[in-house]
Design a protein around this ligand. Structure first.
Ligand code: TRP
Length: 361
């Protein structure tokens, strides 16, 4: 059996560099590796609605933003099927059946859900749809028989939950579903890029994001304001690299070839860090370097986005076609699922004969 990718994002805002190093960059690499038979990239609007029920307009507006970010980052509709979750009713139907294969206690233990419930202050007023979104995410993955799910590290509990539901399904009804595997970044820093304030992770509500769509000036202003080491006051003071957002970003973005190009006085990142620790290296210098490093990665993405923004109707058409394509695959899986569960009553005359036979003497 071939290798299939399914992954996606909630359209609640534009994608930022945390999304990029956490998963998007890897997806583009996997896409271009030629190792995959099918690649499905889903804009998870239905999942976004599980905690934005009162704000469908936000979700609606951001579908195109996420699509633009995808294409600008290098996802290619010739190589992958990009689609919108809500347009595939089969996903909802699968979710309804999978709900029976998971307990409320297990959902309560899902660390991602737990964390998100705390972050959103839901406490006792958790929307049932939000609470059960790991089950819906299992439908997203299994409907396409995905073997491989490139995601950010925070999504690992979702994949684990999906694997459990798959095993439970296959044990109960027969081998139909495929157990997926997550692919997360190898680079520790990329797993959880902090915000520009050095805190937590990048999140729109904290206002600490660098977006893929930001202009060069915006990126520069954000970098120049970045959190460093609060005790590194004078250039001569020794500085701390750990927890210093500028160095964290360099860990995520910097490549050896950046040094001869932008900072030839240093051999590599370790040499730069050593100098900072010793003292005598100012924040402005490392921030300028980070700007140059980021620009190298972001400038081509930004330029592609500017071009793509002139082709909105074509991109929406691509999403429409992608959704039709995706639905075909999901429908085929749903048919198999229903057959395995023996609720495919009218597929042929088996059930009709069986039932009629019951009352024949
Ligand atoms: N939960 C993911 C996020 O918040 C989005 C998502 C929905 C997803 N369904 C998925 C990711 C299936 C991978 C596979 O970004």
């Amino acid at each position: 059996m071939g290798k299939i990718i399914l992954t996606g994002d909630r359209p609640t805002g534009r994608l930022h560099v945390g999304h990029y190093v956490g998963s998007l960059r890897r997806r583009v690499e996997l896409q271009n590796s030629g190792e995959f038979d099918r690649i499905f990239i889903m804009i998870a609007d239905a999942q976004a609605l599980t905690d934005n029920a009162d704000n469908p307009q936000k979700v609606r507006e951001n579908i195109i933003e996420v699509a633009l970010d995808y294409l600008a980052a290098g996802l290619d509709p010739e190589k992958c099927t990009i689609f919108i979750q809500s347009q595939i009713p089969e996903l909802t139907e699968l979710t309804f059946y999978y709900m029976n294969l998971v307990t409320v206690a297990r959902l309560h233990r899902n660390p991602t859900v737990k964390n998100e419930i705390a972050m959103r202050g839901f406490e006792e007023s958790i929307p049932a749809g939000f609470f059960t979104y790991p089950v819906s995410q299992t439908s997203d993955i299994t409907a396409f028989k995905a073997t491989t799910v490139p995601v950010g590290e925070d999504q690992l509990p979702m994949i684990e939950q999906a694997r459990e539901i798959v095993r439970r399904f296959n044990m109960t009804y027969g081998e139909v579903l495929v157990e997926p595997e997550a692919v997360i970044p190898d680079n520790e820093t990329c797993k959880r890029l902090p915000g520009t304030d050095g805190k937590a992770k990048m999140s729109k509500s904290l206002g600490n994001c660098i977006y893929l769509a930001d202009s060069a000036e915006e990126v520069k202003a954000k970098v120049m304001n970045m959190y460093t080491d609060p005790n590194h006051i004078k250039v001569t003071d020794p500085g701390t690299v750990e927890g210093n957002a500028v160095f964290t970003y360099l860990d995520a973005f910097c490549k050896p070839e950046h040094f001869p190009k932008y900072l030839p006085d240093y051999e590599n990142l370790d040499a730069l860090k050593d100098h900072y620790r010793r003292g005598g290296l100012g924040d402005v210098k490392i921030k300028r370097f980070l700007c140059a490093v980021l620009e190298e990665e972001l400038a081509p993405i930004r330029a592609r986005r500017a071009e793509l923004q002139k082709q909105i109707p074509e991109i929406l058409e691509m999403l429409r076609k992608g959704s039709i394509e995706a639905q075909k695959t999901a429908a085929a899986t749903l048919a198999e699922v229903k057959a395995a569960m023996r609720i495919n009553y009218f597929d042929d005359d088996t059930w009709v004969k069986e039932q009629a036979g019951k009352y024949q003497a």
